[in-house]
Ligand binder design. Sequence first.
Ligand code: DP6
Length: 384
Amino acid sequence: MRTVTCTAPVNIAVIKYWGKRDTELILPTNDSLSVTLSQDILHSKTTISACKSFEQDRLWLNGKEEDITKNRRMHNCFREARALRKKMEDESSELEPLSTYKVHVCSENNFPTAAGLASSASGLAALVYTLAQLYELQISTSDLSRIARQGSGSACRSLFGGFVAWEMGSASDGSDSKAVQIAPETHWPELEALVCVVSDAKKGTSSTEGMQHTVETSELMQARISTVVPQRMANIKQAILNRDFNTFAEITMRDSNQFHAVCLDTYPPISYLNDTSRAIMRVIHEYNKDGVKAAYTYDAGPNAVIYAPRENMPEIIRLIAHYFPPPATITLSIITRSSHKKVIPIFPAGSVSRLLHTKVDDGPRTLAEDEALLNSQGLPKRLA
Ligand code: DP6
């Protein structure tokens, strides 16, 4: 039996991917750009074992067995990775015929799934990266990102650390729709992120479903695709290369706002933000009045991710903790700056349930054998 275990990070887009021109191959309607967050705080971990004696492909997600044959996108990733391995085996008879063996896959997130924290991105990136290690595929990370893209669009960006663009490409077979690294995590170490987990029920409309409704019905979306995103991509890349926080922050906030505007322009409309999310936006704009010190962005859910230079973080954490006090069960001493203008009422305790302070960090990691989620029989060590 051959077993490999890897982790992959979460990425949070600053230029949003929202819309597909091909739903089967997962080809987007625009380029996007994201920042990779540290796996020390948020990650998906996957173990894959391949063994001659396994009778079928099996999958356990967060401790529960799932029917792998029902997961079409995952199936596509397996098919592509196996085909590449098969080619290698055909070229060298010394290689073990791993492409013919069934696999057992066990995967866990260290954060709640569907909480709007991009679990599909890290999950599918971990799966594809682990497959590549298991099969010892000799391909570049960008080429591997074309496989991850077919699992979930945003997953292609989680194969790199640092600052990552997903180039939409133009080929109908998706051969040029891939992720590329704009700058590594070491390029801008002062930039940090604060994830504000906003209490809410599970999101109503999935990204996959929501974005297609937007493509079909939103008129604003055409302007976004044809002019807004191409300009923003060029400008934000330059801002990242120059470590120009002002420009980076303004584009990030504008793009998050436009993404939520096209959601509202979808018919029937889609809304992912709630009162707490909107109040956080107001707090940040007030905080930025005398100079840009923080930028918010929101994905398909109410959670805020705030990007800011490290030196501003203690102040931002105090500000959020003041307006959105922690749940009663958590005791935290909050120091508020009395000089700060009250821009919004103080929200009920627990409106923001958790703050995760993290940094820009590296891409997927391969772990040691003793970190495996599967035992020597290829069965999960823990079940839910
Ligand atoms: C709002 O990658 O989850 O997070 O390709 O259908 O799996 P599928 O969608 P997904 O969409 C992510 C949308 C987003 C923006 C982004 O990450 O760029």
